[in-house]
Design a protein around this ligand. Structure first.
Ligand code: DSN
Length: 453
């Protein structure tokens, strides 16, 4: 075992954690698999600074409540598969058609990942090479549209994603973006209004799938709208991919022409992107637009970890996980309403909640809430709500998700406890004593529900 703080030479202070106070004794390191411990020891020999920050980050994750809707905790298998010999290889091209020798095992890994992704989402084609969700969207846009084409999407201020048309993003730079919006009263998608907008704009492509929309997406209705105006339907299911895979949200297939996603949110894989389709012609275009269109060498170590994660998601237990994520989100939502908060759209059907803080305290901002909660060991993100009068770096809302807490094994009774902790901190006006007391309770709760290892 490591000897402890005295020989920790690191000068790095990880955010709000004093790494010099952390040691690698069984007494005070977070519970972790033996391979992780060995890796930390190994890294410490060559780079104590990095070992210290890794240890601090492991401790941060173990001892905080992760409520960011786009984050999760991967299994030790997924984590370690991403840090293997597969990192050493260039494999430009696709299985069986590479621009480098020595790709035999990389072909196998990529085929495993592709086949498992297809099985998981019930489709005929998968490209597992996109480095991230935004890269998947770049390739999808390039495959389906020409620069200057009209695209209809939900803007980021109403729950969309920056890669769906934000001005400074590639999407807003190279395409003619038109918005649809959520209904100002219900804050939900109004499909009749979206249809009218589609007829008006006549877009080449319509995008559905969001970063901060807590309700079920009606993919069949979106396809009907797309068909009415001769548009392509792209579904970006990055947030709900794990729910789709686990049967807790309707599938975008057979409705969407093209589906993009990340692999690390509710799907609980390594950080990365994925593109899916059922259309052979679209599939050929996507392959060309991922490589060589927008990427060079694929991250084979990440693709290998994607294969491991997809296998995990194919297990029957993942269906329970997906169902529990939604049940927990509903329970957290109900408790927050009891504490006086308003939920945008009135609740949730998926893993996320968009909380309007103003009914609880008119002066409370998302920025303050995020900061105070972090001090108490609860990690969240400020988020604009529909028609938010405050700026994006301030906001009137907080976005919460239950994917990570559900991975720890927490259930509905813990969601009630978590809602109480959130309210005590947010109702305290940033009181340091309240944050410290809650911090202790958060540690206890995390101790009772350790991370997967
Ligand atoms: N930035 C991610 C999120 O938090 O929703 C989406 O890519």
């Amino acid at each position: 075992m490591w000897t402890g703080a005295n020989d920790m030479t690191a000068t790095i202070h990880a955010h709000r954690f004093d790494v010099r106070s952390l040691t690698m004794t069984t007494k005070n390191h977070p519970p972790m698999d033996t391979l992780s411990l060995d890796l930390l020891r190994l890294i410490k020999q060559s780079d104590p600074d990095v070992a210290a920050l890794l240890q601090a980050e492991a401790a941060r994750q173990a001892e905080t409540l992760e409520l960011i809707a786009s984050e999760n905790h991967v299994s030790a298998s997924v984590m370690h598969a991403a840090g293997t010999w597969m990192t050493n290889k260039y494999a430009e091209g696709y299985p069986g058609k590479r621009y480098y020798g020595g790709c035999e095992h990389h072909d196998t890994a990529e085929d495993l990942a592709r086949n498992r992704a297809k099985k998981l989402f019930g489709c005929d084609y998968a490209n597992v090479q996109p480095h991230c969700g935004a890269n998947a969207n770049i390739a999808a846009f390039m495959a389906m549209c020409d620069p200057g084409d009209r695209i209809l999407s939900l803007p980021i201020k109403s729950g969309g994603h920056l890669s769906h048309g934000l001005k400074p993003n590639f999407s807003g730079t190279f395409y003619e973006i038109h918005d649809y919006d959520v209904d100002p009263d219900s804050e939900r998608l109004d499909y009749d209004v979206i249809a009218a907008r589609a007829h008006e704009v006549k877009p080449k492509m319509i995008i559905c799938g969001y970063s901060a929309y807590p309700r079920t997406i009606d993919f069949a209705r979106f396809r009907a709208i797309a068909d009415e105006v001769g548009a392509i339907l792209m579904a970006d299911i990055a947030h709900i991919a794990g729910l789709v895979a686990g049967g807790a949200h309707p599938s975008p297939f057979p409705h969407a022409h093209i589906v993009t996603t990340t692999t690390h949110k509710t799907l609980r894989g390594p950080r990365g992107g994925l593109i899916l389709s059922n259309d052979e012609e679209i599939a050929k275009k996507i392959d060309r637009k991922v490589f060589p269109g927008s990427q060079g060498g694929p991250l084979m170590h990440v693709i290998t970890a994607k294969a491991v994660a997809f296998r995990e998601a194919l297990e029957p237990s993942f269906r329970d996980y997906a169902a529990n994520v939604v049940t927990n989100a509903k329970a957290l939502a109900a408790s927050l309403v009891e504490h006086g908060y308003r939920l945008c759209t009135g609740g949730t059907d998926n893993h996320l909640l968009l909380v309007d803080l103003r009914p609880r305290d008119a002066d409370l901002t998302g920025a303050d809430a995020e900061q105070w909660l972090e001090t108490a060991g609860i990690v969240t993100n400020k988020n604009g709500i529909p028609n938010d009068p405050r700026k994006p770096m301030v906001t009137s809302g907080l976005r919460l998700g239950t994917a990570a807490l559900t991975t720890r094994g927490m259930g509905t009774s813990e969601m009630k406890v978590v809602a109480g902790l959130l309210d005590r901190v947010m109702g305290s006006q940033g009181d340091a004593a309240v944050a410290e007391t809650v911090r202790g309770e958060v540690r206890d709760l995390c101790g009772a529900f350790p991370l997967p290892h």
